[in-house]
Design a binder for this molecule. Structure first.
Ligand code: DAT
Length: 173
């Protein structure tokens, strides 16, 4: 596209994806697209995954809907999976990481318990999303960011804003 597109991914909820995306949108002027919200608002689902206790995303419908928005550029895209987006969608990919004990507390505070809580923690321990991103995109595009403390969040924002400004300078926009 003619303007930068940034993505923010993490497999589990509670890592700070929405908070970071929203603040980055406010401070960068880029437009935040929550793929989860987009799917919910348009009912881009195809069945229900009983194992993981969540609706199954209709990836083709999501990609169709996203295509023109990505073409416009100037977007921040966030989702809890990333292997079905084409690499050309993104100029940079940030994967948020939270230490297990902190993540456990944040998910428990949101009412997660039992198998769903354990499964989410295990995904984080097993680096599921990080590996998915590394398998799907060129190494230099994928950047892991810690999201443990509010200082981390502020540092992440600063780092993303610096990167976006450098990209604009390099691309004359
Ligand atoms: P997500 O969108 O990944 O589900 P969120 O942005 O809703 O997560 O944040 C979940 C909770 O954790 C929310 O109460 C804010 C808090 N939080 C997020 N990032 C944090 C950070 N880096 N340090 C401390 N708290 C954080």
């Amino acid at each position: 596209g003619t303007s930068v597109t940034v993505s923010i991914f993490s497999r589990t909820p509670g890592v700070g994806k929405s908070t970071l995306a929203q603040q980055l949108a406010e401070r960068s002027g880029l437009e935040w697209i929550s793929v989860g919200d987009l799917a919910r608002d348009n009912n881009f689902f195809d069945g229900y995954d009983d194992e993981r206790d969540c609706p199954i995303l209709d990836e083709d419908k999501v990609l169709d809907e996203l295509e023109d928005m990505i073409e416009e550029g100037g977007k921040i895209v966030d989702y809890h999976g990333c292997d079905f987006f084409p690499e050309r969608f993104f100029d940079i990919i940030f994967v948020l990481r939270t230490d297990n004990t902190l993540l456990y507390d944040r998910l428990a505070a949101r009412g997660y318990h039992g198998k769903k809580l354990e499964d989410n923690i295990e995904c984080e321990i097993m680096n599921v999303l990080r590996d998915e991103a590394k398998d799907s995109y060129a190494d230099h595009l994928v950047h892991e960011l810690p999201s443990n403390t509010t200082d981390d969040m502020e540092n992440n924002l600063e780092r993303m804003l610096l990167w976006i400004n450098a990209w604009k300078r390099d691309n004359n926009c």
